[in-house]
Design a protein around this ligand. Sequence first.
Ligand SMILES: *Cc1c(COP(=O)(O)O)cnc(C)c1O
Length: 379
Amino acid sequence: MNSLDKVLSEKIAAMQESKLLRTLKTTERLKSAKVIRNGKKLISFSCNDYLGLALDKRVKKAAIAATKKYGTGAGASRLITGNQPLYDILESKIAKICGTESALVFGSGYMANLGAITTLVGSGDIIITDKLAHSCIIKGAKLSGAEFKRFPHNNIEQLAAMLEKYRHEYKSCLIVTEGVFSMDGDSPDMPALQEICHKYGAWLMVDNAHDLKHPIHGENTIIMGTLSKAVGSYGGYIAGSKILIDYLKTTAKTLIYTTGLPPAILGASVKALDIIEKEQWRVNKALENAAYFRETISKEIDGLEMGSSVSQIVPLMIGSIEETEKISQYLYDNGFLVSAIKPPTVPVNTSRLRFSFSAEHDKKDIDRLIATLTRFYIK
Ligand SMILES: *Cc1c(COP(=O)(O)O)cnc(C)c1O
C-alpha cells in the first residue's frame, strides 16, 4: 500500500473503532417532510428546510426562470463579472429583513463566517466564542490569528468575568454566539449579552443560521445568516452597517477568491424570502410543532432530557453513541428519519437525537413519532 493510503487507513480504522467514522447516505427528499433512503420512505425530522421551501413550486419556478435568463454558472468571482443583477435584489431584501444598512451574500454560511471572522480580528485582538459555537466559527477564530477563548455555553456571567480579566490586554474584541444553537435549539439572553459587549467595548457577532425569528439590532453588531436552511436555497450572508459591508468586500477572502453563486440559487433565495414574508404561518407552524412535541412527549415519558430548547430544534439527550444509534435505528425501522448526532459535532458523552420540526409536519406525524418513542422507552 502507498504511504498516503497506509496513513489514512490507520486513521480510518481508529475512527471506526471508536464509532466516529462518518459515511454519506444517499437520500432523496420529497414534499411533506418525506425522504427516501435505501428504497424506504420515511418521515424526516432531520432536515433544516424548516419552512418547506426547498421543494416549493414557486421557488423551483424562480430558480428555473433565473437559469433561463442568466445561465447556469456565475462565470467569475463577484469582484470580476460574477456580480449579476439578482445579488442587488437579494442583498437589499436581506438588509431590510435584518433591519441593517447593508448585507453581503457569500457562497455559503460556512464561507460567510470564515471570511468575516478572519478579517475582523487578527494579531493583537481577542475573540471569545460560546463553547458550543459552530465549526465554522471555531475554524474562523483559530485562523484569524487573534487570541481565542471560549466561554461556557450561554453563561453570560462567565463571559463578563473573562472580559474583566482579559479585555484590556487587547485592541479589538469580538464576541461570537448563535441566535439559536444548531444542536441544542436554545438561545442566549441577547439583551444581557449586548449590555456586556457595550460595557467592555466588544463587538457582537450573532450567527442566526437556525433563527426563524427576526434577528437582533444594536450597535457594533454583526449578523450572520444562511440561505441554505429555512430559506431552502443556498448561500450565506453578513448583515450590518454599510462600512462593515464595504470593508468585507475588499478583505473577506472567501468572497473575493471564489466564484459567485449560480443564478438559479439567487433567484430561488429572492423568491423564498418573499414567500417567508407573506406566509408568516410557516415560521409559526414549525415552532408550534416543536412546542407540541416537547409538551406531549414529556407527559408520555418520564425523565427525558431535552435541554433548554425554545426553537424548532429539539435535542433528546442520550449520552452514549451506541444507545443513540440504537434509538435512531429503531425510529428508522418504524418509518422515521432522526439522525444520531455524535462527537465531534457535540461534546463527548452528549450524543443525542436531534429532532428538527418544520412547517411541513402535521400533528399526526408528530403523534406517531411520539407513540414510537414511547414504545421504545416503555416496552
Ligand atoms: C449550517 C450552519 C452554518 C453554515 O451554513 P451553510 O450555509 O450550511 O454553509 C453556520 N453556522 C451554523 C450555526 C450552522 O448551523
